[in-house]
Design a protein around this ligand. Structure first.
Ligand code: CAA
Length: 271
């Protein structure tokens, strides 16, 4: 057997700052840097990105849950790591750029399960996800102004779209006005709130429901909803219609509609 023919199994990589597990077609990534309240240092983000890319490429996975601990989803970018960095290096290295790019490329849905603090980059990380569920004690905020800086991983853009200009300005300009879980739900930033100990379990249930649908239509639906933030209405409707038409080229559309007509459950094959 030549090298090219041999089967190499790298197995699951071992991570130092996150834990990963799978439950059926759902992957769960748990941030696990408790001493620093899951502050997002480079290594932690590198591991998150690596795990996300791995699950995105795994046909056996249909949705991903991203969570932290009951005390903190993530307390922001790692202040100690970045405090002495200089503009020129941050600019040259496109500091924070790789955070957004990698998650933005995810084709499968990601649901954030936020318990405790989601501050600064932690709030931004949650907002990069497709759905946010919160535990009752979750706290969302953008305190960067207190550090002499501003949100740098999407906070000024995504928070404003989520909660409106006045509340986003109030949060970002004061750095002390935070949203608790029920306020975040009232503003539409999060779509459901659960007792802290039930949060991950309930999030996995939703992820499993999504992962049980046809993977192609799930990806297309995610893509189309995301275009609502990028396109004007007529372009967005056009984009949506083309993808809707494209679903008729999939086995899952044939199966889904046949199953409805035959009064049975669909058996999606994700093709
Ligand atoms: N970076 C580095 N370390 C952090 C951290 C952060 N963002 N947040 C918490 N920690 C560390 C603390 O330094 C402390 O470490 P030590 O035990 O070594 O001192 C440990 O985590 C526990 O934190 P506290 O003792 O402060 O815990 P607390 O319960 O008293 O307070 C908190 C919790 C209110 C979240 C407080 O830790 C805090 O305000 N953290 C900073 C929040 C923040 O400003 N986030 C924005 C960062 S900038 C950013 O994210 C930019 C961006 O847009 C990407």
């Amino acid at each position: 057997m030549t090298n090219g023919d041999s089967i190499v199994s790298s197995g699951s990589p071992s991570y130092g700052m996150i834990k990963t597990e799978t439950q059926g077609r759902v992957a769960v990534i748990t941030l696990n840097r408790p001493k620093a309240l899951n502050a997002l240092c480079s290594e932690l983000f590198h591991e998150i990105n690596d795990a996300l890319a791995r699950f995105d490429g795994d046909e056996g996975i249909g949705a991903v849950v991203l969570t932290g601990s009951e005390r903190a989803f993530a307390a922001g970018a790692d202040i100690k790591e970045m405090k002495d960095t200089e503009f020129i290096d941050n600019y040259k290295n496109n500091f924070l750029g790789h955070w957004v790019e990698q998650i933005g490329q995810m084709r499968k849905p990601i649901i954030a399960a936020v318990n405790g603090y989601a501050l600064g980059g932690g709030c931004e990380l949650a907002m990069m996800c497709d759905i946010i569920y919160a535990g009752e004690k979750a706290v969302f905020g953008q305190p960067e102004i207190n550090l002499g800086t501003i949100p740098g991983a999407g906070g000024t853009q995504r928070l404003t779209r989520a909660v409106g200009k006045s509340k986003a300005m109030e949060m970002i300009l004061t750095g002390t006005v935070n949203l608790n879980a029920s306020e975040a739900q009232a503003y539409g930033l999060v779509s459901a709130v659960f007792p802290p100990e039930k949060l991950v379990e309930e999030t996995i249930k939703t992820a499993a429901k999504i992962a049980s649908k046809g993977a192609v239509s799930v990806q297309m639906a995610k893509e189309a909803v995301n275009q609502a933030y990028e396109l004007n209405l007529s372009s967005g409707l056009h984009f949506e219609r083309r993808l809707f038409q494209a679903t008729f080229g999939t086995k899952d559309q044939k199966e889904g509609m046949a199953a409805f007509s035959e009064k049975r459950k669909p058996n999606f094959v994700h093709k």
